[in-house]
Design a protein around this ligand. Sequence first.
Ligand SMILES: Nc1nc2c(c(=O)[nH]1)N[C@H]1C(S)=C(S)[C@@H](COP(=O)(O)O)O[C@H]1N2
Ligand SMILES: [Mo]
Length: 419
Amino acid sequence: MRAQRFGPRLPSSPGFWRSPLRGPWFTSVLGVVLLGGITVMFVTGLVSYAAYNPNLDPVNDQTPDKGLLGFYLFSWPVGPVWLYRLTQGVHVTLGITLVPVLLAKLWSVVPKLFALPPARSLTHALERLSLLLLVGGALFEFVTGVLNIQLDYVFPGSFYPLHFYGAWVFFAAFVAHAVLKTPAAVRNLRRMRGKENETAKEEGELVAPDPAEPTVSRRGALGLVGGGSLLLFGTTVGQNFDAPLRETALLAPHGGADPGSGPGGFQINKTAAYAGIDARETSGDAWRLVVAGRTGPVRLSRAELLQLPLYSSALPIACVEGWSTSNQWWRGVRLRDLAALVGHDDAPDVFVESLQRHGAFRRAALRANQVSDPRSLLALYANGEDLTPDHGYPARIIVPAAPGVLNTKWVARMTFGDL
Ligand SMILES: Nc1nc2c(c(=O)[nH]1)N[C@H]1C(S)=C(S)[C@@H](COP(=O)(O)O)O[C@H]1N2
Ligand SMILES: [Mo]
């Protein structure tokens, strides 16, 4: 009998989709949350890309063909010191928190993906094409982002271009979609306000023509989605802080290394063992820092570096993967003093290389504004003691407000100027 009323139960037939939850109100609430959330994701994502100094070719730039898409790039500032900690903490924490909302939103409109005929008109065809880019783009951005923070760079090196170009494709479709749909979403929410109860009648193509018995109210379903988001938030946000708060970040990858509780007791990204750093290369006899510039190169042992004026800075480490530490006390030689040592009285850009022979982050370039800042150090101590091997002994870079990836560990060579 049903088959007669609604035709065969294929996903393309409206009768196939029977959940009584689907309807303009449910979709509109989720849509409005995503409109705000994803806009913040896009802005903090672009900002994160700028923070890498991608115009310092070729070391930092993972997307050399970005062309016009790099129009907005600016020199990342050196303060406030927690700047990247904030922007990237928001990007990653919010991204994880929005996962249930995104999934619920996709679920709420899934009948539309199967609707036939594929296109009723040119406008309709364009709208569906933009929907495909929107849904595909959203899934692509969330999946690549989550894989990157959870599985430690499944696509080494290629994550940046994938996530960056994906973001632009997705956001173009998102803007088109938001412009087309926001008026209807606002109308739906206004119309349903107050009236939203189990008996409120909704109309529209999302509403199932042959609904099943409800097992949960729409508000209940929204509560479930919100509860899921809250749970993800609560088990993620702790990674923006040191122990013991960090222990609450059950979903954050904890890596292989426990940093312990001493002066080196803050999060470790790659250990010395992982990076292939041998204690023999970092010993007092073997290790020399090579500093090149207008004059030089100069070779300095750690003992000779300790003879130079030493300064302290309280700075955090903030990783692109979304975790960060609170301020640590670093002590070492100012980068601008090292620049002056090789003939640069006005600090220029610098190219930093580590002892590490393989791996994406063994070298990085810093901008003149980062080199000249008095808080930027080639650190020799952390929290009053020698750097630990895992935090970059004998010497590492530490720069205010910058992404962790620019804070090269186990530094072997610094080349000032002419990047
Ligand atoms: N040589 C080298 N330096 C490096 C890395 C690396 O893999 N190799 N990782 C970078 C990244 S991505 C981060 S977030 C910080 C982390 O520093 P930490 O391990 O001392 O917390 O180191 C940076 N410096
Ligand atoms: Mo990082």
